[in-house]
Design a protein around this ligand. Structure first.
Ligand code: BES
Ligand code: ZN
Ligand code: ZN
Length: 480
């Protein structure tokens, strides 16, 4: 999608369709819409869309009146949804060129970025393996506005949304087309394109480092494991913080010997969504260049029940020396993250965020609307929550109290990898804390939010690309 800005009145911009936000209670009279408001055909409710053909006084062939809701409730998140819904509606009608009229009252940088993001995110379809020639997409999107910071805001929106779609495309790849080695290749290629350092640790390297917890998960698969490391170094770092982003990269999760039921198992290709989000975040960070060094760590494995697979009851030794009794081989995410967190600390990261499709329990607790957030440090929690709010990626804090550690007791090793029936998202987070140790750390359980089962007016079904934007903002807004 080609993104441009035209600094002239929206009515003078040529396109197949001009998107115009209309607000509840404002009774817009432009484009002959007064009658439609008067008759009640249009109210301006959120995401209400009305297409007008050959409207008077505009160069565009059509005007799409896009309900924006009440002006006092309109924020960048609402703008992102509006723009996405409008784009998806128009492309379904085979329209290729679109213009967007920024409302003068809502034309600040955050709104301009959100309009661009909504369009790019809304245009994404998870149909790359459909062979028909009837695929629809928007070729050109023009923002009609004239504010001082516009070009930078548009650029930022484009970089963020493209990074998010990059992550979504990886998540969408089935496991036969995205093995751990393929994920490493994708990271390497992206790093070369955007000027990041990339290092891939193979099994030998990880054995030398003592990553017994990570390597145990890989035993059941013919696909070799990798630990992908991407480094962004600012030209002039400010302060002494070094942010580490750790993402779960299980390219397929059968459950291993503790095998999952067949029903719905195909969805477990999205078990690398946390890792994909970290790669996406680094893609944007490389272009936006924050002042803080950021390193991504993505342990990538396939969890399979092959003849060499680890068994329930096996005891592995993690890189930090702790022994783990593997009660359930399906709780594999925490096992690979354990060693990745230790490695990130040894690499000098002073602050850590991990994202992982870690537990079904987080979806039981929070549904599909909020990411489950766990923090070992109030300052880190507040930073991540502030970024998530600003980006409209909802997150909700859950407890990380040491009292729950009792659930993870093992009679035979330092810790068990599962904590029983209750509080599954909490015990998973507490398990990880044993490896984040005293480094300020936030854990994001995205199992309920990384995948949309049904499309929304503004977003296709499938991978959501959460929490790429939050992580990028966290780095951009960092102050020591
Ligand atoms: N990848 C799954 C978690 C998951 C479930 C992600 C549903 C997305 C949707 C994870 O590896 C897993 O299997 N967790 C188990 C943990 C249990 C064995 C303690 C779970 O949630 O059932
Ligand atoms: Zn699992
Ligand atoms: Zn998993």
């Amino acid at each position: 999608m080609k993104i441009t800005v035209e600094r002239k009145p929206a009515g003078q911009v040529e396109s197949e369709a001009l998107i115009v936000p209309v607000f509840e209670g404002r009774r817009d009279a432009r484009f002959g819409a007064a009658d439609l408001f008067a008759s009640g055909e249009i109210a301006g409710k959120p995401l209400e869309l009305t297409l007008l053909h050959h409207p008077p006084g505009v160069r565009a062939t059509r005007v799409l009146l896009a309900g924006a809701g009440k002006p006092e409730k309109f924020d960048p998140a609402e703008m992102r949804r509006l723009s996405g819904a409008a784009v998806r509606y128009l492309k379904a009608k085979s329209i290729k060129t679109v213009a967007f009229a920024l409302d003068p009252e809502f034309a600040g940088d955050a709104f301009a970025s959100a309009a661009i993001e909504g369009a790019i995110l809304g245009d994404f379809e998870p149909d790359r393996y459909k062979t028909g020639d009837d695929k629809k997409s928007i070729d050109a999107f023009t923002l009609a506005a004239d504010t001082p910071g516009l070009d930078a805001a548009v650029q930022r929106g484009r970089i963020l949304a493209e990074a998010q779609n990059f992550a979504r495309d990886l998540v969408n790849q089935p496991a036969n087309r995205l093995t751990p080695l393929d994920m490493a290749d994708a990271a390497r290629k992206m790093a070369a394109e955007f000027g990041l350092e990339c290092e891939i640790l193979d099994r030998d390297a990880m054995e030398k480092l003592g990553m017994g917890s990570l390597l145990g998960v890989a035993l059941g698969s013919a696909q070799p494991p990798v630990l992908i490391v991407l480094r962004y170094r600012p030209a002039n770092p400010q302060g002494s913080a070094h942010l580490g982003l750790v993402g779960k990269g299980v390219t397929f999760d059968t459950g291993g010997i503790s095998i999952k039921p067949a029903d719905g198992m195909e969805k477990m290709k999205y078990d690398m969504a946390g890792g994909a989000a970290m790669l996406g975040a680094l893609r944007a960070i490389a272009q936006l260049r924050p002042a803080i060094p950021v390193t991504a760590f993505v342990p990538s494995v396939e969890n399979m029940p092959g003849s060499r697979a680890q068994r329930p009851g096996d005891i592995v030794t993690a890189m930090n020396g702790k022994t783990i009794e593997v009660i359930n081989t399906d709780a594999e995410g925490r096992l690979i993250l354990a060693d990745a967190l230790t490695y990130a600390r040894r690499q000098g990261c002073t602050h850590l965020v991990d994202a992982a499709t870690l537990t079904g329990a987080v979806a039981v607790a929070l549904g599909h609307l909020n990411v489950g957030l766990f923090a070992s440090d109030d300052g880190m929690r507040d930073r991540v929550l502030a970024s998530s709010r600003a980006e409209g990626e909802r997150m909700w804090p859950l407890p990380l109290e040491d009292d729950y550690k009792e659930y993870l007791k093992s009679a035979f090793a330092d810790i068990a990898n599962v904590g029983g029936r209750w509080g599954g998202a909490v015990t998973a987070a507490l398990f990880l804390k044993e490896f984040a140790e005293d480094t300020p750390w936030v854990h994001l359980d995205i199992a309920g939010t990384a995948w949309l089962d049904e499309s929304k007016p503004y977003l296709a079904k499938g991978p959501t690309g959460l929490p790429v934007r939050t992580l990028v903002r966290l780095a951009m807004d960092w102050k020591d």
